[in-house]
Design a protein around this ligand. Structure first.
Ligand SMILES: Nc1ncnc2c1ncn2[C@@H]1O[C@H](COP(=O)(O)OP(=O)(O)OP(=O)(O)O)[C@@H](O)[C@H]1O
Length: 276
């Protein structure tokens, strides 16, 4: 569990990026921060591994107040994946994945063996292990970034717009891969995006933010779509323009749901025990 209590961040130039932010992030689930540019998402995320320190309030990971922990040690036990993969350009794929475990004392042979397994986990061919980042596609680079984030087997994985720079088709593949990985590994993932559809797809919990890190609404996709807290949220999720509306129509004796563009979204059937 990660707990923010009345956390604020004012940068040295006077910018108040986060103002009195309180939230409990549950373990082993994916929590997504979503909001427009500059609303404080990255600042909040980076406070979890002390890349940014708050100027007010406190953050606990389980029972530890992170202000009392050594930032370098803390960072080595939290995975971090960012938008442009952040790979070291002069190191091969395998070395990029194995570097942090080796810094924490894992022997090279063991770190390399684990790194190869991680390439399998993220859906990358082991044959790419000796390439350099520039010899990979953008999507492959992001997969290496995810493998590197997982290399220390962290409980917490921070992901800052990890799929923001790839094309929509690759983005969808990476999203599905993350869902698959998370169903197996059940990490505490904190994910930042400005794409509400990505937030609803990936997030067990979705936190919609306004500038200053103000929480407008937090809940499941179902909660937010079915009862947006206010007009800002309704606009943001597209509820006001009817973008989320499905219309029920009869087709060949069956009831089907049709989306706003006229495409069939699915067939309606009664709810059954065991449905998610
Ligand atoms: N080092 C800094 N010094 C001064 N102001 C900063 C600094 N870093 C961020 N800010 C400001 O703090 C606010 C929040 O920035 P942050 O990067 O957290 O937003 P964001 O929601 O992640 O934005 P984006 O989606 O564009 O990445 C913005 O006004 C930004 O300009």
């Amino acid at each position: 569990m990660i707990q923010f209590d009345h956390v604020s961040k004012t940068f040295p130039d006077g910018t108040r990026a986060v103002d009195d932010f309180s939230l409990t992030i549950p373990s082993r689930q994916t929590t997504v921060f979503v909001g427009s540019s500059g609303c404080g998402k990255t600042t909040i995320l980076r406070m979890i591994n002390r890349m940014v320190d708050p100027t007010g309030g406190s953050i606990h990971i389980d029972d530890d107040d992170i202000a009392t922990l050594n930032p370098v040690t803390l960072r080595r036990r939290i995975g971090y994946v960012m938008q442009n993969s952040g790979l070291l350009p002069h190191r091969t794929v395998i070395d990029n994945v194995a570097t942090v475990p080796m810094l924490t004392g894992v022997k090279k042979a063991e770190a390399h063996a684990s790194a190869l397994e991680l390439l399998d986990t993220v859906g990358l061919d082991r044959g790419l292990a000796d390439r350099y980042p520039a010899q990979l596609s953008g999507g492959q680079q992001q997969r290496v970034g995810v493998a590197r984030g997982l290399a220390i087997d962290p409980n917490i994985l921070l992901m800052d717009e990890p799929f923001g720079a790839v094309d929509p088709i690759v983005r969808r593949e990476l999203q599905q891969e993350l869902l698959r990985i998370q169903s197996k590994l059940a990490k505490t993932i904190v994910f930042v995006t400005h794409d509400i559809d990505e937030a609803f797809l990936l997030g067990d919990n979705v936190v919609i933010l306004r500038p200053g890190g103000q929480i407008v609404q937090a809940g499941s996709a179902e909660d937010i779509i079915s009862s947006p807290a206010d007009d800002f949220v309704a606009d943001f999720v597209g509820a006001n323009e009817g973008k989320r509306d499905l219309t029920v129509r009869e087709r060949n004796g069956r009831r089907v749901a049709v989306d706003p563009s006229g495409r069939i979204a699915g067939v309606l059937r009664p709810e059954q025990p065991g449905d998610a």
